[in-house]
Design a protein around this ligand. Structure first.
Ligand code: B4P
Length: 195
């Protein structure tokens, strides 16, 4: 099994690159953002609770996203590997993910961290907000709150995986294809080493 985390601040292009990466490597894409938005669209109790937090730019509680990921991993037992997009976003989530994979005799092989300047993140998300209908992209205050939440709770996830020497930084600015090439170069290098 080959599992990796696509890591980066809000708007760094995790969702954009994930679509291309799963097509190339045939992995199962697990995006907690997409899973939460699907709960919101279905107006489930979980979705209604998550919406209130996401609209403010806050993270949803760890146990909610951990439960969703655990269910999805179990529902995809035949997958050749997983691409985790937007998860883990806290140290607790990272520790739970490690445990969950270990119990299934697998692990995270690499964390690809996309580095993007804050000015570029804000620009991208405001642009997406013009057409996406996403309530967390509508104004700069919410976008800045999401970035602040990233610095407060999420960036530490990198320190966690750095301890195991699993983090590789990739420049997340440039064209979508250029960034895709940088990411695939790292994944191909690692896969060659494994063979
Ligand atoms: P997510 O759905 O994970 O989304 P994101 O961080 O906003 O964006 P992403 O990095 O995927 O950017 P994208 O490719 O779309 O999270 C949303 C919310 O859900 C969180 O704020 C939180 O509340 C909640 N949540 C999710 N997971 C959670 C967890 N584990 N724990 C707790 N809460 C959780 O790109 C953004 C824009 O940039 C797009 O418009 C794209 O077209 C554009 N773009 C991409 N690459 C570009 C490039 N190279 N150049 C120019 N533009 C580019």
């Amino acid at each position: 099994m080959f599992n990796f985390i696509l890591f980066g601040p809000p708007g760094s292009g995790k969702g954009t690159q994930s679509e291309k990466l799963i097509a190339k490597y045939g992995l199962k894409h697990l995006s907690t953002g997409d899973l939460l938005r699907s709960e919101i669209a279905k107006k489930t109790p979980l979705g209604l609770k998550a919406k209130k937090l996401m609209d403010k730019g806050s993270l949803v509680p760890d146990e909610v996203v951990i439960g969703m990921i655990s269910d999805m991993v179990d529902a995809n037992k035949g997958a050749g590997g997983f691409l985790f997009d937007g998860f883990p976003r806290t140290i607790v989530q990272a520790e739970e993910l490690d445990k969950l994979l270990k119990a299934r005799k697998t692990q995270i092989n690499i964390v690809l961290a996309m580095d993007v300047s804050e000015a570029e993140l804000v620009k991208r998300l405001l642009k997406r907000g013009e057409t996406s209908g996403r309530s967390d992209d509508v104004n700069e205050d919410i976008i800045r709150a999401r970035i602040a939440e990233y610095h407060k709770k999420t960036s530490a996830v990198l320190d966690h995986y750095q301890k195991f020497d699993k983090v590789v930084h990739v420049k997340g600015e440039g064209s979508i294809d250029e960034i895709f090439e940088r990411l695939t170069a790292q994944l191909d290098r690692l896969q060659k080493k494994k063979d």
